[in-house]
Ligand binder design. Structure first.
Ligand code: C2E
Ligand code: MG
Ligand code: MG
Ligand code: MG
Length: 300
């Protein structure tokens, strides 16, 4: 009996302790959430831009906005340090809106500096890519938010790509599809990010207004010596050809990886081999230089 009582007491203590830890975790999460919310409101976030290039020539095709947190005590933090918390707590919605507005404003400024009015149709223009979280795609007012940011910043909709994750297209409900179609109707291009890592809802792809597939870095990394990774890259390139979609390879770190992708027929890529994510000023220099050389090319 004593032994039983002892065991019960022990269990109760453990449960109590567990409860305490649970509350302390919860408090911790609440505190971190509040800190992140404040960071968004106080403009502590920064948008970096990673170029995407034509693999064969290195010519600039697009820049992808990637959020950073300029934390007052911890320094510059990458999304791995806070995007999961943002997603869990819903902070990712105001955060994502902030990133979209800031990136569009910045990129509109580069166009303006290069004398490119918003209405100039130009197939060779540099695109802007922005990541959308599943929580953002689930917002009823997503389309209105995007539309008003485009209006406010003057960034042309047909130069914008929004990247969604594979999880969004796994079980696309009619409301989600409706929102994606409305974005497409605004002239915005939709890409599936980290393609191949998730659930590969291949049959769905055809019915969605998505026209870009971004091969996840994990497959590009293994392209030289992992036959399965290589097969996935090849499969995505073929899928792109069959569905008339653009295929972009992510995370290219070596010349060999770039060469293997070119050989497969992949035309566009991103990765440290070409460019790291750049702070806004450096990205601006690159984009404006690209506009200048193109202007010269057009004149000659
Ligand atoms: P992502 O959208 O797939 O972005 C590519 C990530 O791979 C970036 O990491 C980039 O710095 C990294 N990368 C690019 N090339 C290379 C390479 O050659 N080697 C290696 N090792 N890494 C490379 P980052 O900036 O840390 O972002 C991580 C993820 O965080 C992004 O993956 C995206 O899913 C998410 N994220 C970033 N910004 C935002 C945002 O504004 N909103 C949302 N919802 N998610 C974001
Ligand atoms: Mg992305
Ligand atoms: Mg990606
Ligand atoms: Mg990725």
């Amino acid at each position: 009996l004593l032994q039983q009582a002892d065991a019960a007491l022990y269990a109760a203590k453990r449960a109590g302790r567990g409860r305490f830890e649970y509350y302390s975790d919860l408090l911790d999460t609440r505190a971190r959430e509040a800190e992140l919310r404040r960071a968004v409101a106080d403009d502590e976030l920064v948008v970096y831009f990673q170029p995407a290039v034509e693999l064969a020539t290195g010519e600039l095709r697009a820049v992808e906005a990637l959020v950073r947190w300029n934390h007052p005590s911890r320094g510059l933090l990458g999304p791995d340090a806070f995007i999961e918390l943002a997603e869990e707590t819903g902070v990712v919605v105001p955060l994502g809106t902030w990133v979209l507005r800031t990136a569009c404003r910045e990129a509109a400024g580069w166009r303006e500096a290069a004398g490119r009015p918003a209405a100039t149709p130009d197939a060779a223009d540099v695109r802007l890519s922005v990541n959308l979280s599943p929580k953002q795609v689930a917002q009823a007012d997503l389309v209105r938010t995007v539309e008003s940011i485009l209006a406010e910043t003057g960034f042309p909709p047909d130069r914008l790509t929004l990247e969604i994750t594979e999880s969004v297209i796994l079980h696309p409900d009619p409301l989600t599809i409706g929102r994606l179609e409305a974005l497409r109707d605004l002239g915005i291009e939709l890409a599936v990010d980290d393609f191949g890592t998730g659930y590969s809802a291949l049959s769905y792809l055809r019915n969605l207004p998505v026209t870009v597939l971004k091969i996840d870095r994990s497959f590009v990394t293994g392209i030289a010596d992992d036959t399965e990774a290589r097969a996935v890259c090849e499969a995505v390139v073929h899928l792109g050809e069959a569905f008339k979609m653009t295929v972009v390879a992510e995370g290219i770190e070596t010349a060999d990886q770039a060469a293997a992708l070119i050989e497969m027929g992949c035309t566009i890529g991103q990765g440290f081999y070409f460019h790291r994510p750049l702070p806004p000023s450096e990205a601006g220099v690159l984009v404006r230089r690209e506009y200048e050389t193109r202007g010269q090319r057009h004149r000659t």
